[in-house]
Design a protein around this ligand. Structure first.
Ligand code: BG6
Length: 501
């Protein structure tokens, strides 16, 4: 369903940063090419330095050239580049926001509905909003004004609440768009649709039939040049706190009464709030952390590559020691009738043997067991790199004997000519449409921090050496301590065979 977008100006703070270069500008260009931007839609890029309009447009062109190596439509380019404007907002200029207001007051050039995309340091979220408000640029009496806040929204519950308090002095909840780019992924959006637009799943989607659920994000990449950020953050806060808990919410929530943003968010909030708080006195049975050591991973060109360990990477940057986890696995229970007793194992790791994000659901034992180690039924919803849904079940091996083997029915979500859309494209469109359903409500953010904070705190207090795993390997054996039963094991990529320890 194509929604109507009002004429608007997208004000992009941090426009020369990496996110903007790699995702946002190319994403806006693709939205333009797809005919999804209204005629009167303008992009005002805001940066620290003085740059002439021509130089900025040349820079935007270089971003597109870098992204679309096979070229792009010249007519779309002309239209897109004409939408682009630049404004210098040096942090040292006390009058900077007044100047921005003066610039935006040119109504012929800049539509007055304003969407601010804050791709800036988290410590700048509140100050930017305060300054926009001080010059009247958040006033909604005649036009809408929306603010997109990049992640992370706080670094724990108190800081998230503090940020929220500062923002809501100037903004209504309906004006705040807290982004989690996982919610813009087509395969993540497909979770809810698969669950509720099919009749066969709902009757099975509960503790009577499901043995356990695994939600996994494994990456082959290391922390790269983000050592300072990562060391202060860790896997739990970087991936688990929002991306993976949001994924879990979509897997486990009740059916929303309709597809309005309110209904979807209401069910996600209920679900997140019904996750049982972690019992820190028994943390070792519920959460496991580790750090990658030197090893060998599969590089993007398919070749093996020797890589340094996390602590060595930190040392290069002058950090002598660290207990920050690059691997985190957590067992969660949901205290509601549907999920009572079903463990949800949620894990994320850098420098694993494969990059894969998936939801793997194992069903209970079959009513007829022909052998002790008969494969359970699994339903795998693979998010990336392949978007597909796979069902595994037992089927007779043709022949004289009564024996079964596992059959895997693989449904690719993506067909040959389907578009590939980056999550930021979808989410920027939703921002301009005024559809917050794929953005986080503050109650979701708070519930997520409430769950994560005690683990972060307990791990910070535990000064013992952190378990090491070799880069390029599978989960450390020791991580299995969180499993509820001995026949549970980590599920890997979607291929059958080689998927078990
Ligand atoms: C980011 C994290 O939010 O998500 C990164 O900061 C992580 O550490 C990334 O690599 C994963 O996103 P995606 O879309 O590549 O799965």
């Amino acid at each position: 369903m194509t929604k109507q977008i009002d004429p608007c100006t997208l004000v992009l703070f941090g426009a020369s940063g990496n996110l903007s270069r790699i995702k946002l500008m190319p994403g806006l260009f693709r939205l333009d090419a797809a005919g999804r931007l209204p005629d009167h839609m303008v992009i005002l890029s805001v940066g620290r330095g003085e740059v002439s309009l021509d130089a900025w447009r040349a820079d935007v062109k270089s971003m597109l050239d870098a992204k679309f190596k096979n070229g792009y439509d010249q007519a779309v380019f002309e239209r897109f580049i004409a939408r682009n404007h630049y404004h210098a907002n040096p942090p040292t200029d006390p009058d900077a926001f007044n100047k921005m207001k003066a610039k935006l007051s040119d109504e012929k050039t800049f539509p007055q509905n304003l969407a601010y995309f804050l791709s800036v340091r988290p410590t700048d979220f509140a100050p930017v909003v305060e300054q926009l408000s001080a010059v009247g640029l958040l006033d909604e009496s005649k036009y809408w004004r929306r603010v997109l806040i990049e992640k992370p929204f706080g670094t724990d519950l108190p800081s998230a609440q503090d940020l929220q308090a500062r923002l809501t002095k100037h903004l209504k909840e309906s004006q705040i768009y807290r982004i989690d780019h996982y919610l813009g992924k087509s395969a993540v959006q497909n979770i809810m649709l698969t669950r509720f637009t099919n009749a066969i799943l709902e009757p099975l989607w509960n503790n009577a039939h499901i043995d356990h659920v695994q939600i996994t994000n494994n990456e082959t990449l290391g922390v790269g040049d983000r050592t300072t950020f990562y060391d202060a953050t860790g896997a739990l806060r970087d991936m688990f706190q929002s991306h993976l808990l949001q994924t879990l919410a979509l897997v486990a929530m009740e059916q929303p009464k309709d597809l309005t943003p309110e209904s979807i968010r209401t069910e996600k909030i209920k679900l997140l709030e019904s996750i049982r708080p972690i019992d820190v006195s028994n943390l070792n049975k519920q959460a496991f952390r580790a750090q990658y050591a030197a090893g060998r991973v599969c590089a993007s060109d398919g070749h093996g590559e020797n890589v340094a360990g996390y602590l060595e990477e930190l040392k290069r940057d002058g950090v002598e020691s660290s207990n920050t986890e690059t691997y985190a696995a957590v067992k969660l229970f949901i205290d509601n009738p549907r999920w009572k007793g079903v463990p949800f194992y949620v894990r994320t790791a850098k420098r694993m043997h494969e990059g894969n994000t998936a939801i793997a659901i194992r069903f209970k034992k079959a009513p007829m067991l022909l052998k002790d180690d008969q494969h359970h039924n699994w339903l795998i919803i693979n998010i990336q790199p392949r978007e597909c849904i796979k069902m595994e079940f037992e089927s007779k091996i043709p022949g004289l004997d009564i024996a079964t083997r596992t059959l895997s029915v693989d449904g690719p979500q993506r067909q040959k000519d389907d578009e590939t859309i980056d999550s930021y494209e979808t989410l920027m469109l939703n921002l301009m449409e005024g559809d917050p359903s794929q953005y986080l409500h503050i109650n979701e953010v708070e519930a997520q921090w409430r769950l994560v904070d005690p683990i972060v705190k307990a791990w910070a207090q535990d000064k013992g050496p952190v378990h090491q795993y070799r880069a390029g390997n599978r989960d450390p054996e020791e991580s299995k301590v969180i499993f509820e039963s001995e026949d549970q094991f980590w599920r890997y990529s979607i291929e059958l065979g080689g998927d078990q320890h």
